[in-house]
Ligand binder design. Structure first.
Ligand code: SAH
Ligand code: SF4
Ligand code: F3S
Length: 502
């Protein structure tokens, strides 16, 4: 198995953006799933760019198609099977085209992928991306190849991802991989293996590189960031926990916003909350997935906290960071869920007053603890009904939360043009709420002070505060000019009259 040797001096941070070079072999990458997968695709591109590949955004030009896959719910996998049908057509047209499946499905479905999908040439799991150049050499020579070994050490600490975002403003930085929890419904520990934390110095170096390249916002990624722990090789006093890493990252640049996801309610410490309160550039936003509001369900889900513990954490967030937004994930219709359990989820949502939520119907995943030990016994129409009630409630809560922001001024980081109008920018507040406002004299990547004037449940609508001030000053100046004009005219008239009299 691969042994990781980290030498931070040797880290190669050369090309942070894709290099489009038609003289090289071209790879087309399609990504499904979570932010970690998005960041993994950037890591994969970095490895390929160092090995004579260049990115293409046009599948017709590609020599290699990679699909980075997700297994979290059945519909995520269905989407990928559908895409493989499309890639089959592309390969029929161009038999030399190579097709690779990477990510979480690679790990889970290697046999089916090789057998059912005869078109797949390459299968690589999340911990095996370093072996891509070797595997590709075999694939180019006409063989099929596969590496889905999971590792206890791999964190890709020394590889700087090639950023595929469009705006050059926000980037992901993975600080750990895998997961040591065993939530009964969840496939992630099987697809991504055991939890391991990345060397903090390499995290800080990567953030510095992003600062040097004009990025303004990073999101530290892990399945459970609050259990981040870097163990110093011989001095436990020098271990680094998540609160400490957060501080190290916040100190890189006051102009760099810092976010993180995901926080597990059982591990969210007061230390992290105090660190958030201490640094202006750590965003006031916590994604704290509850999954359910019923302690009975939480126990069956093996979440290792109760409703009361969860609400105590929310109260602590409100006490230490009063303007913090809180967002969540909810699963509707987990095994044995009753109407009463569901009502408890609704009441937890109201008590927590979420600003935003990702909401899902429970989808049984093969081989998970729930699939092995519990009955997926909530009928689909009940799951749908409960999910709809959850969505309806969340829309109401989001609208209430947004209405409270009307009249307030927020420092907004501009992401780019609004989807609906080229005359408007779209940006986000520290609380991660989207704000749309007239452009003024700003650019993508700038910070602007925006006063909120109205809202929907999904978006805040505002106007730039400086522009407003400027408008007021111009109005005042015009009024003064007009008054001077009037006074001047009056004086001139009086002088004329006086002269006539004489
Ligand atoms: N590590 C993160 C999130 C992992 S997956 C965490 O613990 O919060 C993202 C979300 O997908 C989960 O929070 C959960 O709400 C949802 N999810 C995971 N497995 C699921 C399943 N089998 N069916 C439906 N939703 C699921
Ligand atoms: Fe899955 Fe639970 Fe790990 Fe999140 S914490 S990845 S839900 S097992
Ligand atoms: Fe999906 Fe794997 Fe992420 S299963 S949600 S891509 S960790």
């Amino acid at each position: 198995m691969f042994k990781q040797k980290i030498n931070t001096e040797k880290i190669n941070y050369k090309s942070i953006k894709p290099v489009f070079d038609n003289s090289k072999k071209r790879v087309y990458i399609e990504t499904y799933g979570c932010q970690m997968n998005v960041n993994d695709s950037e890591l994969v591109l970095s490895i390929l760019q160092d090995n004579d590949y260049s990115l293409t955004k046009n599948i017709d030009e590609a020599d290699l198609v990679l699909v980075n896959t997700c297994s979290i719910r059945e519909n995520a996998e269905q989407r990928v099977w559908g895409r493989l049908d499309v890639f089959r057509l592309a390969k029929n047209k161009k038999p030399k085209l190579k097709i690779g499946v990477i990510g979480c499905m690679a790990e889970r479905l290697k046999e089916q992928l090789l057998e059912r999908e005869k078109i797949v040439d390459l299968i690589v799991g999340p911990d095996a991306y370093r072996s891509l150049p070797d595997l590709l050499r075999n694939v180019e020579a006409g063989q099929k190849d596969i590496n889905v070994l999971l590792s206890r050490e791999e964190t890709y600490a020394d590889i700087c991802p090639v950023r595929m975002d469009e705006n050059g403003v926000s980037a992901f930085v993975s600080i750990m991989r895998g997961c040591n929890n065993a939530c009964a419904y969840c496939v992630v520990p099987y697809t991504r293996g055991a939890e391991r934390s990345r060397n903090p110095e390499t995290v800080v170096n990567e953030v510095q590189t992003l600062v040097d390249n004009g990025y303004k916002e990073i999101t530290l990624l892990g399945q459970n960031v609050n259990s981040y722990l870097w163990k110093h090789k011989d001095n436990p006093d020098k271990n680094v926990n998540f609160a400490q890493l957060l501080e190290m990252v916040a100190l890189v640049s006051s102009q760099m916003r810092v976010r993180f996801a995901t926080s597990h309610p059982k591990d969210l410490s007061n230390g992290v909350l105090y660190t958030m309160a201490m640094y202006e550039n750590i965003c006031n936003c916590i994604h704290l997935p509850a999954q359910s509001g019923s302690t009975r369900m939480l126990e069956l889900m093996n979440r290792k906290y109760t409703r009361e513990h969860y609400l105590e954490r929310i109260a602590k967030i409100r006490e230490i960071i009063p303007d913090c937004s809180v967002t969540t994930d909810i699963i509707a219709g987990f095994c044995t869920e009753t109407e009463d359990d569901h009502k408890q989820t609704l009441s937890l949502m109201t008590e927590a007053g979420y600003d935003f939520a990702y909401m899902f119907k429970y989808s049984e995943r093969p081989n998970t603890k729930a699939a092995r030990q519990l009955q997926d016994d909530v009928p689909d129409e009940i799951k749908t009904k409960r999910l709809n009630e959850i969505i309806e409630l969340q829309n109401k809560l989001s609208l209430e939360s947004n209405r409270k922001d009307i009249g307030k001024i927020f420092n907004v980081l501009i992401d780019g043009l609004s989807k609906r109008s080229d005359e408007h920018f779209s940006g986000r507040t520290s609380q991660n709420k989207t704000v749309v406002f007239p452009k003024g004299n700003y650019n993508t990547g700038d910070y602007a002070n925006v006063r909120i004037i109205s809202c929907t449940s999904a978006t805040l609508i505002g106007e730039i505060e400086e522009a407003k001030k400027r408008e007021t000053i111009t109005e005042l100046k015009n009024m003064i000019d007009e008054t001077i004009n009037i006074v001047e005219k009056k004086i001139k008239n009086t002088i004329k009259k006086e002269k006539k009299k004489k």
